[in-house]
Structures are given as structure tokens and as C-alpha cells.
Design a protein around this ligand. Structure first.
Ligand code: ZN
Length: 339
């Protein structure tokens, strides 16, 4: 977008999405995955992180992750492994999360979004399996309570390349992704239940008098609705432009940081400097063997993929002569700042 001041501002936006998979049981134990049950009633020694308890992989969760990867046009890794990601927090009883660091299950896919008769190709960097943490409950009078029913719930993390240019486009992708996982039957993706959560990372490329400036990347954590996703990105674009105007801060002089979203005030607020991968002390989980994905099994899953939402829409348009859904072009103007 070109501003009156002669500045050209291009938002660069990538997205991480966490999706709880609708497996019957947790990722590493037989506890039921159920929402809204009395606190700490869906737990066992494994998901409580008690000494000596050993994890056993959930086949259904792996199958759901592979199905999603295939639908996102990813390659399914022939061999993948499990890593421990260390951090300390009361809702993480083991003090590490089992995740996938450098050998994710699904690699390099894409999604094609259509708007304004143009196709926007959004590249998928990776999708990997991990486990959800429990929940800290802060709204009690004099203490914080910890509910571990959610700890160990299978979670698929999808990471896109920074291919979005606006809040509209990012939201459209999120809407399509929700439809996709529901079509596949791999997740309810109900945002009120926290089954789908977004973390956009945003910065700006600003061109002024032929010189190029890039603002430091901000990641907005834990957004629970399409509205919050859109609002946080719009706000950040405006805030970063303003901050650059006032301080001249760029990637070379400022660090990446995390911010939270205040839904009531409609603003992002600073959290902490972002961790780097080495802060997490990743290493392969010695309790779990690497996972080999059988080629025949993957082929079989691919053959059983249902017709996906975007191709189905196109087929309905050509076969039944339906009019295409009215789509607006993605906004290219700067959103107006909220006061
Ligand atoms: Zn358990």
C-alpha cells in the first residue's frame, strides 16, 4: 500500500495454528479427551508426569495429522521423531512438552486462496504433532488453580511461510483451514473450546526514498477467534508503522517480541522477548522410538481423502452452474487505528 507521504508499506505476515485433534484419547496415554469435565478427572500417571510413567503413541492422532498434511499438499516424512521442548510452567507437569523439532511429520505444502479472481498461494512450512498443556485458572479469589484434563491432548501445529499481505487474507486462510479440518473429521476446531488457536507473526517492509526498512517481528500469542486474529494483525500493522515513524526501530536494532491481545480494548500489549530455539534445550525423547510412516498406509489414507471444500465449491460452480461465492478483494489499504 502506498501512503500519501510517499511511503510504501507492505505487511509481512506468517501464521502458526494449533489444532486439537479429535482423537478419542490423549497423545501418550489412554485418558479420554473431553472438554468441560470436573478438573483433574481425566488424568493418569503419564499425563501427570509422574516419575517412571512411560508414554505410548496414539495411532489415531498420527493418522489425523497425516490426513491433514495430505490435504495441505505436504510431503509426509518417511521417518519422524519426538523431541522434548523444555520450559517451566505450572500447567506443564513434566517440565517439557513432547513435540517435533527438526524432523516434523508433514513438510512443505500449500493452500490456494481465491479472491478477486486471483489465486494467492500460501505456502505451508510444516505441520507437526505435539501435546497440549493443562490450564491455569486465574479467576479464583485468592489463588491460581491448575487443571490437567487438557494436558497431553493431541495437538497439530501448522506453520505457514510469511505469505500473507493483509489481515483479511490471513483471516480467510484461517476460515478455510477450519472448514478443511472439519471436512476431514480430524478436529471440531471449536474456538470457544480452545480447539483452534492462532499466533500470527507480523512485521512491515517500509520503502522510503528507495531505501528499505523492516520493523522487528512481533508474534501475537493465543488468539481464540477470527475477529481477534483480524483485529490483532490490523492493530499491529498500524502500531509498528507508528513506532517506526517515532523511533526508527528496525530488525537490526530491535528484537523479536511476543505480545498479547486485549479483546476488550482492541490493542496488543507487550509480553516478553521471544525465546530462541536454543532456550528450549530440545533433544530427542529417549522414551519414544522414531516413527516410520508406512508408504502403503499413507497411499491408502490419500485415497480415502474426502472431496475438500475448495475443489467441491469449484465443482458445484461448474457442474450445477451455481454462481461463485461473492468474494471481496483483500484490503490493501491501511486499517484505521482504534483509539
Ligand atoms: Zn493420562
Amino acid at each position: 500500500m502506498k501512503l500519501k507521504t510517499g511511503l510504501v508499506v507492505e505487511p509481512i505476515i506468517g501464521l502458526e495454528i494449533h489444532i486439537q485433534l479429535a482423537a478419542r484419547t490423549k497423545m501418550w496415554c489412554g485418558c479420554a479427551v473431553e472438554f468441560g469435565k470436573p478438573p483433574n478427572t481425566r488424568v493418569c500417571p503419564v499425563c501427570l508426569g509422574l516419575p517412571g510413567a512411560l508414554p505410548v503413541m496414539n495411532r489415531q492422532a498420527v493418522e489425523f495429522a497425516v490426513l491433514t498434511g495430505l490435504a495441505l499438499n505436504c510431503k509426509i516424512a518417511p521417518v519422524t521423531k519426538w523431541d522434548r521442548k523444555h520450559y517451566y510452567y505450572p500447567d506443564l507437569p513434566k517440565n517439557y512438552q513432547i513435540s517435533q523439532y527438526n524432523q516434523p511429520l508433514c513438510i512443505g505444502g500449500y493452500v490456494e486462496l481465491k479472491a478477486d479472481h486471483k489465486i494467492h498461494k500460501i505456502r505451508i512450512n510444516r505441520a507437526h504433532l505435539e501435546e497440549d498443556a493443562g490450564k491455569n485458572i486465574h479467576d479464583l479469589a485468592d489463588c491460581t488453580a491448575v487443571d490437567l484434563n487438557r494436558a497431553g491432548t493431541p495437538l497439530l501445529e501448522i506453520v505457514t511461510e510469511p505469505d500473507f499481505a493483509s489481515a483479511d487474507e490471513t483471516r480467510e486462510f484461517a476460515v478455510q483451514l477450519q472448514r478443511l479440518v472439519r471436512y476431514l473429521g480430524v478436529s471440531e476446531a471449536n474456538m470457544q473450546k480452545g480447539q483452534m488457536r492462532f499466533e500470527p507473526n507480523i512485521n512491515l517492509k517500509i520503502t522510503k526514498d528507495g531505501r528499505e526498512f523492516r520493523t522487528p517481528i512481533v508474534e501475537v500469542k493465543n488468539l481464540n477467534s477470527f475477529r481477534a486474529l483480524h483485529g490483532a494483525i490490523s492493530y499491529e500493522i498500524q502500531r509498528q508503522l507508528e513506532e517506526w515513524r517515532q523511533t526508527g526501530i528496525v530488525t537490526e536494532t530491535g528484537n523479536k517480541s511476543n505480545r498479547g491481545w486485549d479483546d476488550v480494548r482492541g490493542v496488543t500489549t507487550p509480553q516478553r522477548e521471544k525465546e530462541e530455539a536454543h532456550d528450549y534445550r530440545y533433544f530427542p525423547d529417549p522414551d519414544l522410538v522414531p516413527l516410520t510412516t508406512d508408504r502403503h498406509w499413507v497411499t491408502e489414507l490419500r485415497e480415502h481423502l474426502p472431496e475438500l471444500p475448495i475443489p467441491r465449491t469449484e465443482r458445484f460452480i461448474s457442474e450445477y452452474k451455481l454462481s461463485p461465492p461473492t468474494s471481496r478483494p483483500f484490503a490493501t489499504r491501511l486499517p484505521t487505528p482504534r483509539k
